[in-house]
Design a protein around this ligand. Structure first.
Ligand code: MGD
Ligand code: MGD
Ligand code: MO
Length: 623
């Protein structure tokens, strides 16, 4: 497979992850027909069945469960296996809404960070990725760009060629940190303290943009009062950094012309992760970097896609009963095993996700999946850890076998995905699964009659200015189209933040009203020495489970021999020294050497990522 050299963002570059996508499509591990379990759950023994029998039996079981326990006894579980709008969230949403199923909060990625950034800016959309080329001081804060977002690196290189400095803030010496000019290495979960310390120095030294702050922010007085507590010396104790480095970073950041902070998801996987994002996102308003092309903050681009697309026409959210309980996907293990669940989850339908590999509390998730009284249906391309526990495993198409309309969290191009080959074996797309199930369940034909191309047309049926001139026919010709966003976009140069006050909210009345801290700030994690010395003495190490494997996409492609050979085997890097207790002046995390400890790996979950150490707080904002 090859990318299109004409694509302005990717320039034809794929990723190590998908360069050999056809190995996946035609691989021997590929599921090609429906299977029914004959062995024990998790054993992986199945018999082949026909599609009609499988659908009839599944529909019958769901009907019976709904009749005896109510719709809430059914739980859908899906995530980013496909990042297309049509295969990711369309007829499935209609189906589970019609069933009255328990609602799933799909909050495992970027929801926590988004809630934090929303509190400050009213949106999670900052500048566009290409604009990073115009920045002159770039802070890659809790993101491993070289491994996870390589396409952005090209634009960072352009900035470097023009004289930009690149800083990485990450507790780990990642490949990105190695490629940067400056690696700032705070203790995990202390980023909010670092950002507060930077703001302290900026205000103390008079480096803020007074005019921007006065006109485009609210709450600077209250913020300054709080900043008094965050002297570089105190921040050094909280973060394990030298006070001098905090000062140097603050001054260099304030002097950047312009400075840009790039955020992604690493910091979310910690206690008070949302607050870290809220706090960091105050910085560009304080320095007025939003005024300049390439300055400000870069986070996600999903927002501009979803503002433009008519996703509601595709998903039909009005069919959903908002009174029905919801389960946060990070708490699947609890949802499947907690005896207080009333009704208990009796049926689980998983598609486009692999929860034992990606959800926190892996043991609890597996305990749930092993329940004999749980009816589990899994729609998959390969026999994942989840699929091994299914009563029915149904074969799913890959990207080259189905239609889709792809949004992106990493760039501003909308892509039409056309099938290049016939489905392999008896595989069907997600839409077709719910079309068949909806029909056999006897739901309204008008909800399940839309073809995939109809759904794409519905999504594009929008008057939003960003979609001007982008039609199905146009996309059939070009394959992709850049959202009609202004070239050299500086979204908040003149303020206009979509917050209740219309300004950047250093102080948030909404947060105060919801009983939360209205100001940015740092709370030590409950597991840290500052949070709970006893606990920290027993568990002195902090677990970081990032995406360090270049060839895996979360747990996807972990089963491909080529990828497993190419990447490091799943392992744990263990610090040879425990991190310093808060306040300890000598021990420095950055001086730690690490030892690699191999992990036993399951076939599809070879990401090197165990369950996250702390469950993400729930949020529910769209990425
Ligand atoms: N190769 C590869 N690429 C991927 C993926 C993949 O699985 N593999 N997944 C894709 C997906 S779904 C996403 S969301 C993106 C995510 O992209 P990133 O956010 O870049 O990836 P992560 O590895 O989750 O986290 C980034 C970094 O955060 C650091 N980190 C952890 N805790 C803290 C902390 O408390 N403070 C600070 N400052 N840093 C911390 C980790 O050490 C890690 O290096 O990547 C995408 N790209
Ligand atoms: N410990 C730890 N956990 C994490 C993270 C971490 O950094 N550390 N990162 C989190 C993040 S950022 C994310 S985004 C999530 C990702 O969570 P998931 O989206 O669940 O990620 P994958 O493991 O890639 O599982 C996707 C599955 O969908 C299947 N699939 C692909 N396309 C299709 C399709 O069209 N139809 C169907 N039916 N199936 C399909 C794939 O074969 C694959 O098995 O994981 C989160 N979990
Ligand atoms: Mo993600």
């Amino acid at each position: 497979m090859a990318g299109s050299a004409e694509h302005p963002f990717t320039h034809g570059g794929l990723y190590a992850k998908v360069n050999h996508y056809l190995d996946r499509v035609y691989g021997t591990e590929r599921l090609t027909h429906p299977l029914r379990r004959v062995g024990a759950k998790g054993e992986g023994r199945f018999e082949r069945v026909g599609w009609d029998d499988a659908i009839a039996d599944i529909a019958g079981r769901l009907k019976q469960i709904v009749a005896t326990s109510g719709g809430e006894a059914v739980l859908p579980y899906s995530y980013m296996g496909t990042q297309g709008l049509i295969q990711g969230s369309s007829l499935d949403r209609r189906f589970f809404a019609r069933l009255g199923a328990t609602r799933l909060e799909r909050a495992i990625c970027a929801s926590t960070g988004s809630s934090g950034v929303f509190a400050t800016m009213g949106t999670n959309a900052g500048i566009l990725p290409e604009e990073i080329a115009h920045a002159r001081f770039i802070v890659l804060w809790g993101t491993n760009t070289v491994v996870t977002n390589l396409h952005l690196w090209r634009f960072i290189r352009q900035a470097e060629d023009a004289g930009a400095t690149v800083v990485v803030v990450d507790p780990i010496r990642t490949r990105t940190a190695e490629a940067a000019d400056w690696h700032v290495r705070p203790l995990p979960g202390t980023d909010a303290a670092l950002a507060m310390g930077m703001m302290h120095v900026i205000v103390r030294d008079g480096l803020q943009d007074k005019d921007y702050v006065a006109r485009q922010t609210v709450g600077v007085e209250q913020l300054c009062e709080r900043l008094a507590d965050y002297t570089p010396e105190r921040v050094a104790k909280m973060t394990g950094l030298e006070a001098e480095e905090v000062v140097r970073l603050a001054r260099a950041y304030a002097a950047g012309a312009p400075s840009l902070i790039r955020l992604l998801v690493g910091m979310e996987h910690r206690a008070y992760g949302g607050m870290a994002f809220r706090t960091i996102s105050c910085l560009p308003a304080l320095t007025g970097d939003w005024r300049h092309r390439g300055g400000g903050l870069l986070f996600l681009t999903a927002g501009p896609h979803f503002e433009a697309l008519n996703a509601a026409a595709v998903e039909r959210p009005e069919l959903e009963d908002g009174r029905i309980r919801s389960v946060n996907m990070v708490q699947l293990g609890r949802a499947l095993t907690d005896p207080r669940m009333d009704p208990p989850i009796r049926a689980l339908v998983v598609y486009s996700s692999n929860p034992p590999a990606i959800a926190p509390s892996q043991n609890l998730v597996l305990e749930g999946l092993r329940r004999e009284d749980l009816f589990t249906v899994v729609h998959e391309q390969v026999l994942t850890d989840t699929a091994r526990h299914a009563d029915y495993v149904l074969p799913a198409t890959t990207q080259v076998e189905h239609w889709d309309l792809l949004w992106s969290w990493g760039h501003d191009y909308l892509t039409l995905n056309q099938p290049a080959i016939e489905p392999v074996g008896e595989a069907i797309p997600n839409t077709e699964l719910f079309r068949r199930l909806g029909t056999v369940m006897g739901f309204e034909p008008e909800l399940f009659g839309d073809s995939d191309q109809d759904l794409i047309r519905l999504a594009l049926d929008s008057n939003h200015p960003s979609l001007q001139g982008i039609s199905f026919e146009e996309l059939m010709k070009t394959g992709w189209a850049r959202l009609r966003l202004p070239e050299g976009w500086t979204p908040f140069a003149e303020g206009g933040f979509p917050t209740p006050s219309g300004r950047c909210e250093l102080y948030s009345k909404d947060l105060a009203r919801w009983g939360m801290d209205p100001l940015p700030g740092f709370t030590p994690s409950p597991e840290s020495a500052a949070g709970n010395p006893e606990l920290a003495a027993r568990f002195p190490l902090s677990l970081i489970t990032g995406k360090s494997a270049l060839h895996f996409l979360n747990s996807s492609y972990g089963g491909l021999a080529r990828h497993r050979r190419a990447d490091v085997e799943p392992h744990l890097d263990l610090s040879a020294r425990t991190p310093p207790a808060a306040g300890s002046p000598t021990a420095k995390w950055s001086a730690c050497t690490t030892t690699a400890v191999p992990l036993r790996s399951a076939p599809e979950s070879a990401t090197g990522s165990g369950p996250a150490s702390a469950p993400c707080p729930s949020a529910g904002e769209r990425r």
